[in-house]
Design a protein around this ligand. Structure first.
Ligand code: KG4
Ligand code: ZN
Length: 353
């Protein structure tokens, strides 16, 4: 079984071919970073136009690198939401066109589901598992019970964690995207220099909050001597912020591990996904927590944690195997909570052939 996947929900145009034996036959990601950098964040209109400009040649390239033709495809999957709607329309329209022309199944993949299932592509992780999804747009803890069955244990009540990294980096003049810049600056910083809050730490439940921490960083920065930031001040502030984020997340994951182990005693794995999963301080803390709880820890390689189309193609394969294909009048969804799972208008594969 071979599936072509397309990802266009944010600022990466991506196309990949994956097979059911977990072979990634091609995986191409075209970042729009340079187009958005002058604005310090993603501009939806620019993103949509760029997806439209590049999607066709990315598909051609992914097919060529995989050394297959459209006749070899068993399905075509595209991110159907949630995300910036202009981009999602470009991806789903392209996938539907191929599905219609080749008379093969179309699969509308929830972007969060694609992140959630990546660990099964890379590490064959068995259901159920506990997932921390930490990206620029999302921060959630989910019990992943099966394809289409996700139970949310907690989510952010304000900013997503990657968004907090990006906003703090912008505040400190470290550029966009902020996560890698803060991690780099923190390497030479003292994480104890600034006493920043650890939002939600020690509180019951698994929800996150980062906006108070962001404000505290702003206040700490304002109290520094005026003028451009001194490199050591910047490094210490970055390190203190990163440490506060890690401790805050660790507290929430710790509660989630307890709740997950009680409700899913057969669960053996803690998985992290999303762009923030690249952060080494966070990975280290999660690894430790998983070990303490007697679970193994899986973090997919960085290139498959950030937005990519291999994860979309793989989610397509998982859904196709269950006959969960989508009609060609599927409407792209700017919002699409994962818990809706199987309740959408999925129809058995047999009616499409
Ligand atoms: O998953 P992703 O590529 O796109 C979304 O779906 O949001 O995540 C991008 C986010 C950005 O906010 C970026 O700053 C953050 O992931 N990020 C990091 C690191 N690398 C990327 N955050 C912390 N540390 C990193 N090393
Ligand atoms: Zn993402």
């Amino acid at each position: 079984m071979i599936v072509l996947g397309l990802e266009t929900s944010c600022d990466e145009t991506a196309s990949a071919v994956v097979d059911a034996e977990r072979g990634i036959l091609s995986n191409i990601v075209l970042s729009q970073l340079e187009e958005h950098r002058p604005y310090g964040g993603v501009v939806p209109e620019i993103a949509a136009r760029s997806h439209l400009t590049f999607i066709d040649r990315l598909i051609t390239q992914a097919m060529a690198e995989a050394k297959i033709t459209f006749a070899d495809l068993d399905g075509v999957a595209a991110t159907g939401g949630p995300g910036l709607i202009g981009g999602v329309i470009v991806g789903t329209m392209s996938a539907k066109a191929i599905a219609l022309a080749r008379n093969i199944p179309f699969l509308a993949v929830n972007h969060l589901e694609a992140h959630a299932l990546t660990a099964r592509l890379t590490d064959r992780v068995a259901f159920p598992y506990l997932l921390l999804l930490a990206s620029g747009g999302h921060c959630q803890l989910l019990a992943v019970e099966g394809v289409g069955t996700y139970r949310r244990l907690g989510s952010t009540i304000d900013d997503a964690v990657g968004e907090a990294f990006d906003k703090v980096a912008k505040m400190l003049g470290l550029g966009y995207p902020g996560g890698p810049a803060i991690e780099q600056a923190a390497l030479s910083g003292d994480a104890r220099r600034f006493a920043l809050p650890r939002p939600m730490k020690g509180k019951p439940g698994c929800d996150f909050s980062f906006s108070g921490l962001k404000t505290a960083v702003r206040q700490a920065a304002e109290n520094l001597p005026s003028g451009p930031f001194a490199p050591q001040d910047l490094a210490d502030l970055a390190a203190s912020f990163q440490q506060a984020v890690v401790e805050s997340i660790a507290s929430r994951v710790n509660n989630a591990l307890k709740a997950f182990s009680a409700s899913h005693p057969q669960g053996k794995t803690l998985v992290v996904a999303g762009g923030v999963a690249a952060n080494r301080a966070l990975r280290g803390a999660l690894q430790e927590l998983a070990e303490q709880a007697g679970l193994s820890f899986v973090a997919p390689p960085h290139a498959l944690c950030t937005d990519n189309a291999a994860m979309v193609a793989w989610a397509g394969i998982e859904r196709l195997r269950l006959g969960l294909i989508d009609p060609l009048d599927f409407k792209p969804r700017p919002r699409w909570p994962l818990e809706e799972g199987l309740s959408r208008s999925a129809i058995p594969a047999i009616t499409m052939s």
